[in-house]
Each structure stands twice: as structure tokens, then as C-alpha cells.
Ligand binder design. Structure first.
Ligand SMILES: *Cc1c(COP(=O)(O)O)cnc(C)c1O
Length: 395
């Protein structure tokens, strides 16, 4: 179906941060399939684990115990705020389940009228009907009938608006610690702390969408750790499977205990193959020193991106995000998709984001030398854009 505006590029093979087309053109992949190939392409441990598991057993359904899922869940619980995990196959599905979990919690506590979630302008939570309604973007909702009820949108970062939106029907607050699709916009750490406090004050659940920000992307395992807070429930996907489709809902016991047999489910979710992949990714990301190395390379990238923006004021006006999720804010004279195309010409893959931002999200295994190479390509791309921006400014 014509759902995508695809670039005329097809990749045959990848290794680490690099991709090759069938014609042998080589690209540095700083998009990571939208922050998903977290440990790079062709990671030997991930490849071997998937191959070995595929040869043993791929799928059995959730009618039976799945030791790979039990192990992966236990490891996620050990490494996070959560007491319990539900596996699914994508970010939208994880959010859909998270929304259901929040509603169920209040219903089981005698408040079925509490089913509203406070969400934020500029959010992106997925493409199912409920997650689209949580996203609230009119353009994405158009033509699909009435949105799912119960999502109240307020400006991102506005605590007064949050407080003003809380009513007798409010069940919780749903937020990305850093809005990814919306333009790599980080929430203030103070704002996240205040959301935690207001949830405690009113008995609301804090539901974090860490589909894009999690699994080490920010330099910590989960981005909310930078704020020193814990959510009640959290969604994850993208990076946790390293490119193999895997999503997860992580939750505190008080939320999870209401999702009894028959309340929620999935056929594929948490099957032996997906969870073997998830375990292999965790082996890499939780290895001693790995996240420290991510943080170190990220700081190198940030320094370079800041210098790049300073060198090209007609093209870029700033840098934002966290860790290896970096947004280059472009000036109104330069369109992000044009800059992205210019970077492709130089051999660098990036991803456009909202608010005219160019999103840079290399795999977590990226080296400083590769970051330097990418910065040079971006510099050349910015120089390509400069004449256009100069012309626009002269008008
Ligand atoms: C990508 C993304 C989703 C949707 O994930 P899919 O796997 O595409 O369904 C949801 N929330 C956030 C924050 C995302 O970045």
C-alpha cells in the first residue's frame, strides 16, 4: 500500500553502524531504523542467538510457559522499577496495553469512571486507534472516524495546564520523557519530577512511553532514570529487540496484578524467538561499562553537533535531546527533509522529526571515530544547504 514516502535506497547488508546497498554504496547509519537497531547491524551475539533459537523452536503461543520470556522479564524487573512485564510486538501495542492497564487499575479499585489520560501536544504514541487518540495529532486522526475517548491534551512541559486538566475522570498521565517523533524535545527533569508528585497527590498513575527513549538510548537504561523518578507503568519497544520486533509493558505490582488471565493477550507476544533476541540485546546493553561508553560517545557527539550548529548558523540553530538521541534544530530557511537528503548524498542516514528537526540516533555501539565521520558528512551536508538558506534570507 502507498503508506510510505520511501527513499530510493535498498540495503543488502549491514555491519555495526554501516549499511551497504546491492550496488556497494556504503552508508553510515545514524537513524538505526528509527532508534531500533540498538546494538548495530549484524551483531554476532544477536545473530547467533536468533539463529540458534530459530533452529530449536520459534513459537509455541502463550498457552505454555516460555523460559526465554520468563528470563527476559526477570532481568527487566531486576534492572528497573518494575515488578512485572508483559511482552508484545511493537510500540503501539505496548502503549495500547499500557492504556488498558491504567484504566483497569482504576476500574478494579472501584472507579471505572476514571479512564482519562492526560497526554501532551506534540506526542507520538503509535498508529492504533487508541494510541492515535493519545497522540492527538489531527492530521493522523483524519478520516478514521471518532477518536477513542478519554485523552486530554495539554502543552508539553506546562504544569499549570496539567493541574488544570485533572478532574474526577482522570486516571493518569502519559508522556514520553523525550518526544521523539515530535522533534526530539526533552521534558525538563523537574517537570517529570513534578508529574510524579502530582500523580501521587491525586492517586493517578504515571505512564511513561519509553518506546524510543529506552534501552540505553539516553545513556541510562531508561530515560526517566535521569530524573530520579519511577513510573507506575512504562511501555518499551524499538531498541529492546535490536531489530527483531519486540515490545513490552513494564509495571508495578499494583498495576500488573489486575491483568488476570483473560484481560489482555497476544498470540506472538513474548515468543521464544523474540525473547531470545531480547535477552541477547540485554546481554550487550547490561554488560559492565556499556552504558558508560554510550554516555561517553554521546558527549562526544553532542560536542560535535554543538560546534556544527555554531559553524552553520544559517542552517542550524541548536541541539537537543539526550544521549544518542540528538535533534538538530534547523532554521526556518532549511527544511529537515532537504537536509536529510543532503546527508544521504554524503553517505549518512538520519531521520526527520517534527518541528523541523533532523534526528540523529546512531546505534549504541557507535565509536567516536564513526561519530567524527558522521559529523564531517553533516558538515558537508550543511554546506550544501547553506546557499539555499542564504537565498531565502536575502529575500
Ligand atoms: C515509534 C514509537 C511508537 C510506536 O511504535 P511502533 O513500534 O511503530 O508501533 C510509540 N511511541 C513512541 C514514543 C515511539 O517513538
Amino acid at each position: 500500500m502507498p503508506t510510505y514516502n520511501r527513499a530510493d535506497l535498498a540495503f543488502e547488508r549491514g555491519e555495526g553502524a554501516w549499511l551497504w546497498t546491492a550496488e556497494g554504496r556504503r552508508f553510515l547509519d545514524f537513524g538505526s531504523g528509527i532508534a531500533t537497531t540498538s546494538i548495530g547491524h549484524g551483531h554476532p551475539h544477536l545473530v547467533r542467538t536468533i539463529a540458534e533459537q530459530a533452529a530449536k523452536v520459534m513459537h509455541v503461543s502463550n498457552l505454555y510457559r516460555v523460559p526465554q520470556a520468563e528470563r527476559l522479564a526477570a532481568r527487566h524487573v531486576e534492572a528497573s522499577f518494575a515488578d512485572s512485564v508483559f511482552f508484545c510486538n511493537s510500540g503501539a501495542e505496548a502503549n495500547e496495553g499500557m492504556i488498558k492497564a491504567v484504566r483497569k487499575y482504576h476500574a478494579e479499585n472501584g472507579h471505572p469512571e476514571k479512564f482519562h489520560l492526560i497526554c501532551f501536544e506534540g506526542a507520538f504514541h503509535g498508529r492504533t486507534l487508541a494510541t492515535l487518540s493519545a497522540t492527538g495529532n489531527e492530521k493522523y486522526l483524519a478520516g478514521f472516524g471518532p477518536p477513542v475517548q478519554g485523552f486530554d491534551h495539554v502543552p508539553f512541559g506546562n504544569m499549570n495546564a496539567v493541574r488544570g486538566a485533572i478532574g474526577p475522570q482522570t486516571a493518569g498521565i502519559m508522556i514520553e520523557p523525550i518526544q521523539g517523533e515530535g522533534g526530539v524535545r526533552p521534558a525538563d527533569l523537574r517537570f517529570l519530577q513534578e508529574l510524579r508528585a502530582v500523580c501521587d497527590e491525586f492517586g493517578l498513575l504515571l505512564a511513561l512511553d519509553e518506546v524510543q527513549t529506552g534501552m540505553g538510548r539516553s545513556g541510562r537504561l531508561w530515560a526517566h532514570q535521569w530524573a530520579g523518578i519511577e513510573p507506575d507503568v512504562m511501555s518499551s519497544a524499538k531498541g529492546i529487540g535490536g531489530g527483531f520486533p519486540l515490545g513490552a509493558i513494564l509495571a508495578k505490582e499494583k498495576v500488573a496484578r489486575h491483568l488476570k488471565p483473560g484481560t489482555h493477550g497476544t498470540t506472538y507476544g513474548g515468543n521464544p524467538l523474540a525473547c531470545a533476541a531480547g535477552n541477547a540485546v540485554l546481554d550487550v546493553v547490561l554488560a559492565p561499562g556499556f552504558l558508560e561508553q554510550v554516555d561517553r560517545v554521546a558527549r562526544h557527539l553532542w560536542k560535535g553537533m554543538g560546534e556544527l550548529a555554531a559553524r552553520h548558523p544559517a542552517v542550524a540553530s541548536g541541539v537537543r535531546g539526550a544521549g544518542l538521541l540528538v535533534g538538530l534544530q534547523l532554521t526556518p530557511e532549511v527544511i529537515n527533509s532537504d537536509m536529510q537528503a543532503a546527508a544521504v548524498e554524503e553517505g549518512l542516514l538520519t531521520v526527520a522529526a517534527g518541528q523541523n528537526v533532523l534526528r540523529v540516533a546512531p546505534p549504541l555501539i557507535v565509536t567516536e571515530a564513526e561519530v567524527d565521520a558522521a559529523l564531517e558528512m553533516l558538515d558537508r551536508a550543511a554546506r550544501r544547504m547553506a546557499p539555499a538558506s542564504a537565498k531565502a534570507m536575502a529575500k
